[in-house]
Design a binder for this molecule. Structure first.
Ligand code: GDP
Ligand code: IMO
Ligand code: MG
Length: 439
């Protein structure tokens, strides 16, 4: 049985577990979080917003979660939206309504009062900036994520707690809207947004629904840790979409790396014990930016079609390529990964032989890690090793003993290259389609 518990507890406090995307997103964080949540008490989302799409498949039902933590499907879990998340209230309300319509109880959800709000001008500015950038556009999800985090950093953001006080909300919005409307009118030739219209929506429609869930998420998370409960911190996006560590500017505007789990939930690093990186057995990326192992041949099409590599949120076709151990070594460093949950191994069933990038050649030199200078990363030529495929359907395999030798060799080779163990292998989208791996 695959068990979530790491080493024993430290003086009554059970330290937290972090689930972090180790590539460019959509690795299967939702599935892993749901799987681990069976043995957890609380699941906290620590950054990002409704740009995320975390898929969980249980009993033939598919859930695509955006803001609600992926542990929500279990009645025993307390789901928490942490202070590091940006919340678009209408999306959240629609997501909660959708879950309720499918019989999921979301009444335990706690939303941090310190989480920032995505406002209508954020979404509009995201769309306009992408259009303005033209060929240089980032391919954002156009959900207003970047502009909302920019306002947070500029200290003109509105927070979830502001919706609880009409006077404060109106005052703050009045001030910031003057500047946003000037930008919309003068830079983009757009009509101004109406203060009363936004207040009617946020205060009149959204606040009454959101207010009962708003709380002191930091206090709630610490109380859980102090009373020996199991807390999982669920990342959205991924290591190489991280604002500081990713392939800037082709990144999101938050810190998905494991360090972000602390700032985004309000706990110190000493409270984190186990950090699990989720990686596909190959690589995908959606949106623009460098991707050294991207396949432009038939192999790329096979990965996309067999892996159903179309965005959970936007429906966009994802770019696909071979597993990149150089990037993954960097992900191990950036997140202090203890282990890797390797998903979608079943997608590789169709290949007779598989390529794995073990290093890059950059300007005549061999590099085991991605070069820090992005121009060099653009010039990086993957050095591949070929491994044998297994040519059988893995989707029903649940025990490592039943995995074909070549599949075990592939997984062990990746672990050896990267330097941390693979603890779990995904062989299909459903909750029970996984193998607890040991070499
Ligand atoms: P997330 O954003 O990291 O949670 O990942 P997404 O949900 O956006 O994308 C992962 C996709 O792969 C979803 O459609 C999952 O249902 C699916 N998936 C997850 N694990 C596996 C696996 O091991 N095998 C296969 N075939 N699909 C998987
Ligand atoms: P999950 O949590 C994959 C990408 C976008 C774009 C860049 C910036 O499901 O793995 P943004 O809207 O955040 O400003 O877009 O980041 N991106 C994701 N790619 N999975 C995600 O989330 C993503 N969230 C954002 O495609 O390239
Ligand atoms: Mg996703």
């Amino acid at each position: 049985m695959y068990s979530i518990r790491g080493p024993a507890d430290k003086g009554g406090i059970l330290p937290a577990t972090v689930v972090v995307g180790a590539q460019w997103g959509d690795e299967g964080k939702g599935k892993l979080t749901d799987l681990l949540a069976g043995e957890m008490d609380m699941v906290v989302r620590y950054q990002g917003g409704h740009n995320a799409g975390h898929t969980v498949v249980v009993g033939g039902m598919r859930f695509a979660l955006q803001l609600v933590p992926s542990g929500v499907l279990y009645p025993h879990i307390t789901p928490v939206i942490g202070n590091g998340v940006v919340v678009e209230p209408l999306s959240l309300i629609e997501e909660l309504d959708g879950l309720a319509a499918r019989g999921i109880d979301t009444s335990k959800l706690v939303i941090s009062g310190n989480a920032h709000l995505i406002m209508p001008y954020h979404q509009e500015i995201d769309r306009l900036t992408e259009r303005y950038l033209g060929k240089a556009s980032l391919g954002t999800t156009k959900r207003g994520i970047g502009p909302a985090y920019a306002d947070k950093a500029a200290r003109v953001g509105l927070r979830v707690q502001d919706m609880l006080d009409e006077k404060i909300f109106r005052q703050k919005l009045d001030l910031v809207l003057k500047e946003k409307n000037a930008l919309l009118a003068k830079a983009y030739n757009r009509l101004p947004l109406d203060l009363d219209g936004i207040c009617d929506k946020y205060l009149g429609e959204y606040a009454p629904k959101i207010a009962p869930m708003v709380g002191d998420s930091v206090g709630i998370v610490h109380e859980a840790l102090e009373s020996g409960r199991n807390v999982l911190l669920e990342g959205a996006q991924a290591t190489f979409l991280d604002l500081d560590q990713g392939t800037y500017p082709f990144v999101t505007s938050s810190n998905p790396v494991a360090g972000g789990a602390c700032t985004g939930s309000g706990i110190g690093p000493k409270h984190v014990e186990r950090i699990i990186g989720v990686a596909k057995a190959y690589v995908t990326r959606v949106g623009a930016g460098p991707f050294p192992t991207e396949c432009f041949d038939d192999a790329g099409d096979v990965l996309v079609e067999r892996g159903h590599e179309y965005g959970t949120v936007t429906g966009r076709r994802r770019r696909a390529g071979w597993f990149d151990a150089a990037m993954m070594r960097q992900a191990v460093r950036l997140n202090s990964l203890d282990e890797i949950a390797l998903t979608k191994l079943d997608v590789l069933d169709a290949f007779d032989s598989l390529k794995v990038c073990v290093a890059y050649e950059v300007d005549g030199e061999k590099c085991l890690y991605p070069p820090y200078h992005q121009s060099k990363l653009h010039r990086a030529i993957p050095i591949y090793e070929n491994l044998n495929g297994w040519g059988v359907d893995l989707s029903k395999v649940t025990r490592v003993e039943d995995m074909p030798k070549e599949a075990c060799e592939y997984v062990s080779f990746l672990a050896e290259q990267v330097g941390v163990p693979v603890s779990l292998v995904g062989v299909g989208p459903a909750r029970d389609q996984f193998v607890a791996f040991r070499p």
